[in-house]
Design a protein around this ligand. Structure first.
Ligand SMILES: Cc1cc2nc3c(=O)[nH]c(=O)nc-3n(C[C@H](O)[C@H](O)[C@H](O)COP(=O)(O)OP(=O)(O)OC[C@H]3O[C@@H](n4cnc5c(N)ncnc54)[C@H](O)[C@@H]3O)c2cc1C
Length: 570
């Protein structure tokens, strides 16, 4: 069942077995997993089915924020049923085994659980994301196994057979909207924001949730278990803002709440030139036997990362800067002009559109028009085919496009682990949103070691390519480190990890291995902020695996004990 807060009466007291706050990917997966096993779930969502700017402004950052790295909040978080999946690209990759282990770059054992806990739940996570089977290596897919990214390049310290998978892209609000509406065990209330978690006087359990609507309604919710699934930043904000009993916020017993804020280190500072004939390079998407789009990437051997001070990272091939008409491609120029036009804002999430049209060189429209005229046939064919595959086709959409390089040279996008730094943090400001909740400030810290890792990783790819006569890496400028910091400006914060970190002991983090807040066992956090390290991987698939795992745990905890049958003494 779905209802809007406007249908409630002021002072309503909502009740359910489990109360989930936030209908993004993780909240929806947790809700439906539990509901499918017979549990009554109340799902509280601040947004509505459609985007509403007034609701969106509840997530705005403090206006004095001077965090140069962080993306604007309106392009990095979405308050709407389905959450930020309304904006996401849909790239699905799990964290790696090495992410869970102590290693030279992260010597402490930060994760209280091992990779096996993720692996067990990956199949179901892929199911929720609709990204196919949990197979992430081309050698394990017969139709892809026989080909290499570039002929004869074996896996070694550097690997080129690992795959990323792509979701539909799955917009969780529309994909699961009907299931939420029709499920007899789900009560979804939209337009209702949780403004505070109020604990019982002893602080060891939740008494109730305070709920408010923009229409002025106040309500409360109670349940046997509570799951905060409001996204990495908003989950942290809600815990920090819940000060009625815990003066510094719930889960802040050891000062870790809001600390260790990580995103990913991203950069475009180099290009790869392959030696083989250009037509032999696999530079674009491929499809697995179920039609799921997959893509090869440069990655690093797990044992290498265990032995050396190199953060986990990957790199993938990208198109040249669309805005720099010297690429000479009518297709790229056509896409650039389309994305720059008013139509562009309807075609892509704003953050992704901005990334595509960002250019380091001044651009003249007439140079792009010249490219298009010179390439008219291929550009027109591309426009028709891609429009169909990306926007019109039902179901699975093309995640993007890549144009073959005649010189077999492609820019590389580095996507690497952001190391945990205590001083990288989020905290509450004195500014308040329309519902009276204190806004969040971010102060993201990127360390020299995060930046230095980029050159180290790319040098290693270069060595591997040269050793096998397969190609080489060329840096775009001498000051690679400055290039990394410049690229990161204003784009970090799409992937929000670390600020409610998981730990075995309360002294070391916010939630326990079952995602319950230490000391408040009925309160759980299902958000990517529970990850103590950030991996090379985009976080949502791993987040979904942990949501599924949490649902299993809650199902066990809530299931009535089996009646004990007395066995007559023999
Ligand atoms: C441009 C962009 C591209 C991305 N691409 C990828 C990608 O390719 N791959 C990937 O893995 N990840 C990607 N991400 C990240 C991905 O979108 C998030 O990891 C994912 O959406 C997190 O899911 P969630 O359910 O934890 O939170 P969210 O999706 O943020 O959902 C949280 C929900 O909680 C609601 N809410 C918030 N506060 C409250 C409150 N107080 N009370 C009630 N409800 C509340 C919100 O309205 C929202 O519906 C991308 C993100 C962006 C911005």
């Amino acid at each position: 069942m779905r209802r809007d807060a406007a249908a409630l009466t002021d002072g309503s007291r909502l009740e359910a077995e489990v109360v989930v706050v936030g209908a993004g990917p993780l909240g929806i997966a947790t809700t439906l997993e539990l509901a499918n096993r017979g549990h009554q779930v109340l799902l509280i969502e601040s947004g509505h089915a459609a985007f509403d700017p007034r609701t969106q402004r509840l997530s705005d950052a403090d206006s004095r924020g001077e965090d140069a790295y962080h993306a604007r909040r309106d392009v990095s978080i979405r308050r709407q049923v389905g959450g930020t999946s309304a904006l996401w690209g849909g790239r699905c990759v799990p964290f790696d085994p090495v992410d869970f282990e102590p290693r030279p770059t992260v010597p402490e054992r930060l994760w209280p659980i091992g990779y096996d806990e993720l692996e067990k739940h990956l199949g179901r996570a892929c199911g929720w994301a609709v990204c196919g089977d949990p197979v992430f290596n081309a050698r394990e897919i017969p139709s892809l196994a026989g080909r290499d990214m570039t002929p004869g390049l074996p896996d070694g310290d550097v690997r080129t057979t690992d795959l990323e998978r792509w979701a539909l892209p799955t917009r969780f609000g529309s994909e699961y909207g009907e299931a939420l509406d029709l499920h007899p065990n789900v009560d979804l209330v939209t337009g209702l924001t949780c403004t505070e978690i109020v604990c019982a006087p002893d602080g060891a359990s939740v008494d109730h949730l305070e709920l408010r609507s923009l229409g002025g309604l106040r309500a409360t919710a109670t349940g046997r278990r509570y799951v905060i699934a409001t996204g990495g930043l908003e989950a942290t904000r809600l815990l920090l803002a819940s000060t009625a009993v815990h003066a510094d916020g719930i889960g802040n017993h050891s000062g870790h709440l809001g600390r260790w804020y990580m995103a990913h280190i991203e950069a475009r500072v180099a290009e790869v030139e392959f030696s083989a004939p250009p037509e032999q390079t696999i530079y674009a998407h491929e499809r697995d036997p179920q039609g799921v789009y997959v893509r090869r990437r440069f990655s690093f051997d797990q044992d290498l990362l265990r032995g050396e001070a190199q953060p986990n990272a990957v790199a993938w091939i990208v198109n040249p800067e669309l805005g720099d008409a010297s690429h000479g491609s009518g297709i790229l120029s056509g896409v650039y002009l389309t994305l720059r036009s008013p139509l562009g804002t309807y075609l892509l999430a704003e953050a992704i559109r901005q990334a595509h049209i960002k250019t380091s060189r001044p651009t003249r429209v007439r140079d792009h028009l010249r490219n298009i005229l010179r390439d008219l046939g291929p550009a027109a064919r591309f426009a028709v085919t891609f429009t169909y595959e990306r926007f019109l086709r039902r179901g699975r959409k093309a995640p993007g496009f890549f144009v073959r390089s005649a010189s077999n040279t492609y820019p590389l996008h580095y996507h690497g682990e952001h190391l945990p730094h205590w001083e990288s943090r989020v905290f509450l400001s004195e500014e308040r949103d329309e519902l009276g909740m204190r806004r969040l400030c971010t102060d993201m810290h990127v360390g020299d070691e995060d930046v230095a890792a980029v050159r180290r990783a790319l040098d290693r790819i270069d060595r591997h390519l040269r050793e096998h006569g397969a190609g080489r890496i060329r840096y775009l400028s001498e000051d690679v480190e400055a290039g990394v910091r410049a690229y990161l400006q204003g784009i970090a914060g799409f992937h929000q990890t670390g600020t409610t970190r998981m730990s075995a002991h309360p002294d070391d983090g916010v939630v326990d291995p079952n995602l319950a807040v230490h000391g408040v066992p009925d309160l759980h956090v299902a958000a990517t902020s529970v990850f103590p390290t950030s991996s090379q991987a985009n976080p949502t698939l791993t987040g979904l695996a942990f949501a599924v795992r949490l649902a299993d745990h809650l199902d066990d905890a809530l299931r009535p004990a089996e009646p004990v049958t007395a066995v007559p003494a023999g």
